[in-house]
Design a protein around this ligand. Structure first.
Ligand code: DGP
Length: 113
């Protein structure tokens, strides 16, 4: 989508601190980190959110979770990490391109989840 900021990040039109990239996904550091390690993992293909996922996206999402596991190891998040995907307005989704937050490097509280 031409007006999507994460599509622009994938294309390199908006700079980002890249952590990982392959043919299906891209990972970069969040511009407004909520934890010492805060990385976003996104599909290169534009998908609006978890709510918009279709059966043909299953392989991509499964792949993203394997990549998340690799990134967590590379970032030495051995003590644990949290993966969050906000979907829709009530969840506070602000960028309508599917993304998974990896949060780590700190002992997190038990609020919400
Ligand atoms: P969410 O609220 O779940 O939609 O999270 C969107 C995240 O995207 C938020 O934590 C801030 C991050 N973000 C927004 N714009 C940019 C950007 O241009 N660059 C980077 N690196 N992160 C961004």
């Amino acid at each position: 989508m031409s007006d999507c900021i994460f599509c622009k990040i994938v294309k390199g039109d908006i700079p980002s601190a890249k952590v990982y990239e392959d043919d299906r996904c891209y990972a970069f550091r969040d511009i407004n980190p909520q934890a010492p390690t805060h990385i976003l993992v996104i599909p290169k293909k534009h998908i609006d959110s978890v709510a918009a996922l279709k059966p043909e996206d299953e392989a991509t999402v499964g792949h993203i979770f394997t990549v998340i596991s690799k990134i967590a190891k590379d970032e030495h998040l051995d003590a644990g990490f949290r993966v969050i995907s906000n979907s829709g307005a009530d969840a506070g989704q602000t960028v309508n391109h599917l993304h998974f937050h990896i949060l780590g490097g700190v002992k997190m509280g038990e609020g919400l989840i």
